[in-house]
Write a protein that binds this ligand. Structure first.
Ligand SMILES: [Zn+2]
Length: 377
């Protein structure tokens, strides 16, 4: 028997993509529904926590709430209830050693805290990432079709002044199989007319038209802010093969000299594709958020794949946590443990000096994010 690898990297983290924690008390089922990307009830006899993520909660979070590592799930959920969500959130968030959270404020979930409240809760700096599609839907709800087309670029530009970056969920609403060019004014107006007619019928503005999504993306590119793209695994509505980032190759060619950086988020299972793009294109970056907690014991596989081919200046840390403070705690603990194990291997096998390892870890933990998002100011 070998004993568990216990060395961890203690550097502060910049979590460049996350969504905030639910502050209300959660029932066990409420907890379970936030422990999966599935939006449907689990069938009888199954459990979203009897999973790699469940093992990770038992391993990393149980001790933070004062239990033995690998304490049974029932015990963990009971302990979380008796501690209360507020205190559990505080303990779990503080365990991560995160100095900066870049919070995507685009999800419609009233249970999530505003950026200021999240900063108090986490005792850290919180910066805002504005979701392009949310700005479009909010503006559409109070405009005519022509008014929307005329006002959207300026509205997004105004919102971007309070943010350090933008995000698009085009991969989920349509896919990355889009033409590289900016859509023409006439195309956009036609698509907007159609969108408003649909909304009159359905009573809701949900942007899925590829012309409008491209209009949003290009309006985002015009702001010059770093642009995050949800890539690969994520929401339940993703058609996975269309979220392969290699489909963005024409767009990356078209935008290479425009001065805008693209950050590919989570990327699983296309981490190697994302790594190749990050090596080839000067303005492309990647992370392995989301799977840093959902892969549990196998998170090291994703973390290692991200380090296979991209320059070290192109890989960032994020958790892509949503709702549960356990996501934050597990992602950080997994990254700290698995990245340390990888660096130890490189040192032991003659691939890096301890100084190299420290420098590379610092880049991924925080330095790359601080540079790309200009977080010094
Ligand atoms: Zn996300």
């Amino acid at each position: 028997m070998t004993h568990a690898h216990n060395r961890r990297i203690d550097l502060p983290l910049v979590d460049h993509h996350c969504h905030g924690v639910v502050e209300a008390e959660l029932s066990d089922n409420g907890f379970r529904s936030l422990a999966t990307e599935s939006g449907w009830p689990a069938p009888a006899g199954t459990d979203s926590l009897d999973s790699p993520f469940g093992l990770a909660v038992r391993r990393f979070c149980a001790p933070i709430l004062g239990l033995e590592p690998l304490a049974p799930l029932d015990e963990y959920l009971a302990r979380r209830r008796s501690v209360g969500t507020a205190e559990a959130n505080r303990l779990l968030l503080h365990s991560t050693g995160t100095s900066d959270y870049l919070l995507d404020t685009g999800i419609r979930d009233a249970r999530l805290p505003e950026p200021d409240a999240m900063a108090v809760l986490a005792d850290a700096r919180v910066c805002v990432i504005v979701r392009i599609e949310r700005v479009a839907e909010d503006l559409a709800a109070e405009s005519t079709a022509a008014g929307f087309v005329a006002k959207f670029p300026a509205t997004l530009a105004a919102r971007s002044r309070e943010a350090v970056g933008l995000k698009s969920i085009i991969a989920y609403r349509h896919g990355f199989d889009i033409p590289a060019e900016r859509p023409s004014g006439r195309e956009v107006l036609k698509a907007a007319d159609e969108w408003f007619r649909t909304a009159e019928r359905t009573g809701t503005f949900r942007v899925t038209d590829p012309v409008l999504l491209r209009f949003g993306l290009w309006s985002g590119i015009d702001t010059g802010l770093p642009l995050q793209l949800h890539t690969g695994y994520g929401d339940g509505d993703v058609e996975l093969f269309r979220a392969d980032p290699s489909r963005l190759t024409p767009l990356f060619h078209a935008t290479r000299t425009l001065g805008v950086d693209f950050l590919l988020l989570h990327c699983y299972p296309f981490i190697r594709e994302a790594g190749i793009l990050a090596q080839v294109f000067p303005h492309v970056y990647l992370d392995t958020g989301l799977v840093s907690h959902y892969l549990g014991p196998s998170a090291g596989t994703a973390i290692r794949q991200a380090m296979e081919i991209a320059p070290f200046s192109k890989v960032l840390y994020s958790s892509d946590s949503y709702g549960l403070a356990e996501h934050y705690a597990v992602s950080a603990a997994n990254w700290r443990t698995e990245f340390a194990a990888l660096m130890d291997e490189w040192i032991a096998s003659g691939w890096a000096t301890p100084r190299d390892a420290e420098r590379i870890a610092t880049m991924v933990a925080s330095k790359n994010a601080k540079r790309v998002y200009d977080l010094s100011t």
